[in-house]
Design a protein around this ligand. Structure first.
Ligand SMILES: Cc1cc2nc3c(=O)[nH]c(=O)nc-3n(C[C@H](O)[C@H](O)[C@H](O)COP(=O)(O)OP(=O)(O)OC[C@H]3O[C@@H](n4cnc5c(N)ncnc54)[C@H](O)[C@@H]3O)c2cc1C
Ligand code: FES
Length: 320
């Protein structure tokens, strides 16, 4: 497991086979892909998924581009309506089956790439590039982990919850969504989802890792009414959690992460944020995913790359 500093693991392009691709709530799917000999991974890392048929890119040649004239765009990827670039998705889980690895991805359909993914059926091939980025760091000294996820920021925390359980950490989860219908999680039948912000073993994915959950929805249709960052702030106050004892791990919409970061920094609690910037290459080449971070320079800041230096950053280092 990832401790201090960033270690680069092996990575590559793999053709996997879809095991299952099932709807889990409105507009959200869980895709399970079996990949032979996928390299070691850490929670917080992501993969770049090709959201178009594998054969679509096969056999392409260089477009004609005479010097000083506009290129002649004849290659299919420049003309058709499928996603040209791969799309980044966080690892939501990993299971070993001998030499094969089953990767779990949870995604929301928002555009051309994810719409194509949603149409994939069992047995179909899918190309996965990864693992990419740096994962979360599990602190040996902290007694308790607090996971805070919003919407499609929840998937990396599913994987993390299992790694924390394996490391013997006590974990509590705060999971939020706009409304109950788009919470990408499975409720345990008969379990209570408390409206007062109390944690219960109500979410199957986290209960399986021994972690109780607080669920919040903006409209109050499920669990606590309000932002998940508010539910976290109440818990931090009531529990008297102190820096050193607790580490907060967070992923979700940027406004939510900003609120969680502010609450943690003011309470002197370590907070690791998995940022999800728009990405093209996902591996440090295109410079499209910059994040402003603190630096020992004259002006006190620099641009970091979300894909390569992150996506996990210490909340104290991020300049919003
Ligand atoms: C490191 C990382 C991990 C991610 N993990 C997940 C995940 O586990 N599950 C999941 O559902 N999504 C995740 N995302 C977001 C996901 O990559 C985008 O939703 C996806 O690329 C959209 O592709 P599309 O072709 O369907 O949409 P497009 O047609 O490309 O865009 C549709 C809409 O989505 C918006 N969009 C595209 N990319 C992003 C982004 N990175 N952040 C916010 N809005 C975006 C566009 O601005 C546009 O409004 C992650 C992003 C990053 C950078
Ligand atoms: S996505 Fe290309 S540099 Fe980060």
């Amino acid at each position: 497991m990832h401790t201090e500093g960033h270690t680069r693991t092996a990575r590559g392009v793999f053709t996997g086979e879809v095991v299952a691709n099932r709807a889990i709530c409105r507009g959200h799917y869980r895709l399970q892909v079996l990949v032979e000999r996928f390299p070691p991974t850490q929670p917080g890392q992501f993969v770049q998924v090709q959201c178009r048929p594998l054969e679509a890119l096969a056999g392409n040649t260089v477009s004609e581009w005479p010097a000083g004239r506009p290129p002649t765009l004849t290659q299919p990827e420049l003309r058709d309506t499928e996603a040209f670039l791969r799309r980044p998705l966080s690892l939501a889980g990993r299971t070993e089956h001998g030499d094969d690895v089953e990767l779990s991805l949870v995604y929301r359909v928002v555009g051309v790439g994810t719409r194509w993914l949603a149409g994939l059926g069992g047995g179909e091939p899918v190309s996965v590039l990864g693992p990419l980025g740096n994962g979360f760091t599990i602190r040996g000294e902290a007694e308790r982990a607090v996971l805070v996820g919003g919407g499609v920021g929840i998937p990396p925390l599913m994987y993390l919850a299992h790694a924390l359980a394996a490391a013997g950490k006590k974990t509590i989860v705060f999971a939020g969504a706009r409304t109950g219908e788009v919470l990408p999680l499975t409720l345990v039948p008969g379990a209570r989802v408390e409206a007062d912000g109390r944690a219960t073993p109500c979410v199957a994915e986290f209960a399986a890792a021994g972690a109780p959950s607080v669920v919040a929805t903006d409209d109050g249709s499920m669990g606590y009414r309000g932002f998940i960052s508010e539910a976290l702030s109440h818990w931090l106050e009531q529990s008297g959690a102190k820096g050193g004892q607790v580490v907060v791990y967070c992923c979700g919409p940027e406004a939510m992460m900003q609120a969680v970061a502010a609450a943690c920094v003011s309470a002197d609690i370590e907070c690791q944020l998995a940022l999800e910037r728009h990405m093209a290459c996902g591996m440090g080449t295109c410079q499209s995913c910059v994040v402003k971070t603190t630096a020992d320079s004259a002006d006190g800041w620099k641009y970091s790359l979300c894909c390569q230096d992150g996506p996990v950053f210490d909340a104290r280092d991020v300049l919003w």
